[in-house]
Design a protein around this ligand. Structure first.
Ligand code: CO
Length: 134
């Protein structure tokens, strides 16, 4: 069962370009930064009370986040829901015929994660995350 919105992800040109707004003006605390080669991004999580903002910087202009940045100039990229059982969420989505980007959980900044395909979700990219120390 989904517990809450874990984070909202925003694509930015670089994390350094994002700090003046997200960290300095809005005053959010950076809790984690990492390079996620399997997702083609440098990413940061910032705490906003109980919630989090995830900033995504593409590692290459040709990957999906890089193309998103070129197409849109950056901005809202996906919404992540927290779950205590990501395998069960994937099984339920599959049983309902919802297209998946990831056929199995993989390591992400928020723990083990999986993305639903936006063609199955009215164009909104949805991530599930089961927080774990990775
Ligand atoms: Co995310």
């Amino acid at each position: 069962m989904l517990k809450r919105i874990h984070h909202v992800a925003i694509v930015v040109p670089t994390l350094e370009a994002a700090w003046p707004l997200w960290r300095d003006l809005l005053g959010l605390t950076v809790t984690r930064t990492a390079t996620l080669r399997n997702q083609g991004v440098r990413a940061a999580l910032l705490k906003a009370g109980q919630d989090e903002i995830e900033l995504l910087e593409p590692l290459e202009p040709a990957n999906s986040v890089g193309r998103f940045l070129a197409r849109t100039g950056g901005g809202l990229h996906h919404i992540c829901f927290e779950t205590s059982d990501i395998e069960a969420e994937i099984a339920q989505a599959r049983a309902r015929g919802v297209a998946l980007i990831d056929q199995a959980p993989r390591a992400g900044l928020a723990g083990m994660v999986c993305f639903l395909h936006p063609k199955a979700t009215h164009g909104v990219l949805i991530e599930y995350a089961e927080p774990r120390e990775i």
